[in-house]
Ligand binder design. Structure first.
Ligand code: HEM
Length: 535
């Protein structure tokens, strides 16, 4: 060393050190890869080569937006179980769905969720990994999602749905609700308009005021912030170490910056809602969250917990619901026969648009519900993986004993396109949800369809907003169908894709979403005209 310093100086020492570091790194990584391919407990499972040796495979898929399609492809190639990361297995059966998510499985949420909170202490119901902490949050939040709460919040939802329906008329260039006889209006991009509606509803429920996106452009930029926040969470979740090392700030700078902007924005909205506090007769989410107490411990939410929840609710409740609504428009405009049947059901059930509200009459519209379910089957708003980590003692899934520490899951997109449960999986067939509505469709076949359907996930960590989402989508869709006829704008193809292809590539059958944990979407472009039967 001394001669080196004397002859080559400090530079010589430094380059020797660098050389040794590179060699050590190379040896370490090669040994790790060989271990993961040979002696690792999951070595016997098939999967893409790079997925077996590194989580960067998942990071790449998450960044590409085609991750849900990748699960679909890999199951087609490798069968019902494959290794999507060194420690991770994806399953594609209805039995695995039950074993991993239903009942009381020996799993908890994986470390994937550790990256979701902006900082420690701001874990939401969704990002809480610890089962006890989650159970408490769920008990408190259940007050805000009770049927009574839903009833008191319905008026805020309906105000925005009315405005959505009117906006469709004015933006299409139709004169007014009773004018413009017969003509088709200007095409509207329904991905955008459904977003405006559901964001306004969630703003109203979570922050005490709509974002006013249906009416004005100012706040519409928030949609991108929310989408990027979700996308950043997905990318980071695939390799949580990236957040610890701060690599996201370098590798995904723009997405990361917009995520931070969303966090700042939601904190500001939260502050404004906190100023109103209890002193209001508004019975929105916040009202219930401020008042609710855990039935077991008597404790309500602290201020940071409230911030964590309101922050989550916008992401969880707006983009997902708008995807379900936009995809319903996509499939209806691509399947005129279905549109006809749905119109008949709505027009024969209601005699005034104001009769369309949450309750038994709307729930009796089975075809409407089947349309929404079939749209969510083909284009699940959360289509990728919601991973769970196996706890000590392991878990048995489809005859495989899976060891502690493994991440396991079922990707909704792959399961819901699995031909073993959904004959002609790429075709939009709402009848498959209604017994005796077509050849071979029986109570049993409908049960099978249901058993492999999980857009809201299932079990104790399933979506708590499911009833709210159905109510919002069904009310909005039924009201639009009642007031308007609509069709795909001629010559437009936005949103078209297929399960065999990726985002942006063309095939007419499936509404193609970009997987960002929730989803990016575009189209369909739809033209409306006033329904002549409505006075
Ligand atoms: C069509 C619309 C919706 C879909 C497809 C959907 C889907 C999902 C899914 C798949 C999960 C589980 C995620 C995971 O395990 O990581 C979930 C959880 C959740 N969703 Fe939804 N969601 C929708 C609407 C809503 C709405 C409207 C709200 C609230 C206003 C909401 C609030 C939540 C919350 C709080 C959780 C976490 C529940 C827990 O961990 O206990 N969602 N959702």
């Amino acid at each position: 060393m001394i001669p080196l310093i004397m002859n080559g100086g400090v530079i010589g020492v430094a380059s020797t050190l660098v050389l040794w570091s590179v060699i050590s790194c190379f040896v370490y990584l090669t040994s790790l890869a060989i271990y993961r391919l040979t002696l690792h407990p999951l070595a016997k499972y098939p999967g893409p080569f790079f997925a077996k040796i590194t989580d960067w495979y998942s990071v790449y898929q998450a960044y590409s937006g085609d991750r849900q399609i990748d699960f679909f492809h890999n199951h087609a190639k490798y069968g019902p179980v494959f290794r999507y990361g060194p420690n991770s297995l994806s399953f594609n059966t209805n039995t695995a769905l039950k074993s991993i998510y239903g009942g009381k499985p020996n799993v908890e949420k994986s470390q994937f969720y550790s990256v979701f909170p902006p900082k420690k202490g701001l874990e939401s119901i969704h990002s809480s990994i610890d089962k006890g902490a989650h159970a408490r949050k769920r008990r408190v939040l259940s007050h805000a999602f009770s049927e009574t709460a839903m009833k008191s919040m319905e008026k805020y939802i309906l105000t925005n749905i009315r405005s959505f329906c009117s906006k469709i008329g004015t933006q299409s260039g139709l004169a007014n609700s009773s004018g413009a006889k017969g003509g088709w209006g200007n095409p509207l991009n329904m991905a955008d308009w459904c977003n405006y509606l559901t964001f306004d509803v969630m703003g109203e429920l979570a922050f005490g005021k709509a974002f006013d996106m249906l009416e004005h452009e100012e706040e519409r930029h928030v949609i991108k912030l929310v989408a990027n926040a979700s996308w950043m969470h997905l990318i980071l979740g695939c390799y949580p170490m990236m957040k610890t090392l701060g690599l996201n700030k370098v590798l995904f700078r723009e997405i990361n910056n917009t995520r931070m902007q969303y966090m700042a924005y939601s904190k500001k909205q939260f502050g404004e809602r906190m100023k109103i506090g209890y002193e209001t007769d508004r019975k929105d989410f916040f009202y219930y969250l401020l008042n609710a107490k855990d039935s077991e411990t008597g404790r309500g939410f602290t201020s940071p917990e409230l911030l964590g929840e309101s922050n989550l609710i916008i992401i969880a409740g707006s983009d997902t619901t708008s995807t379900a609504l936009a995809s319903s428009f996509f499939y209806l405009t691509h399947n005129p026969e279905t549109m006809k049947k749905l119109s008949e059901e709505i027009l024969s059930t209601f005699s005034d648009v104001e009769e369309i509200c949450h309750g038994p009459t709307l729930n009796s519209c089975h075809y409407l519900r089947a349309v929404v379910d079939e749209a969510m089957r083909l284009s699940p708003p959360v289509g990728g993986m919601v991973p769970r980590r196996v706890l000590p003692g392991g878990i048995d899934i489809d005859g495989h004993h899976i060891p502690e520490g493994t991440d396991v899951g079922v990707a909704a997109y792959a399961l819901q396109h699995n031909a073993a449960y959904h004959p002609e999986p790429s075709r939009f067939i709402p009848e498959r949800w209604i017994p005796d509505s077509g050849p071979g469709i029986t109570q049993d076949s409908v049960s099978v369809t249901n058993s492999a359907f999980s857009p809201f996930s299932i079990g104790s960590r399933a979506c708590i907003g499911k009833p709210l989402a159905y109510a919002e989508v069904m009310m909005a869709l039924a009201r639009v169908v009642y007031r308007y006829e609509f069709r795909l704008a001629p010559g437009t193809t936005a949103g078209e894709g297929s399960p065999e292809l990726g985002w942006g590539r063309q095939d007419r059958e499936v509404y193609q979403l970009k997987d960002a944990f929730t989803s990016f979407k575009d189209g369909p472009y739809v033209q409306f005209r006033e329904r002549q039967v409505v006075a």
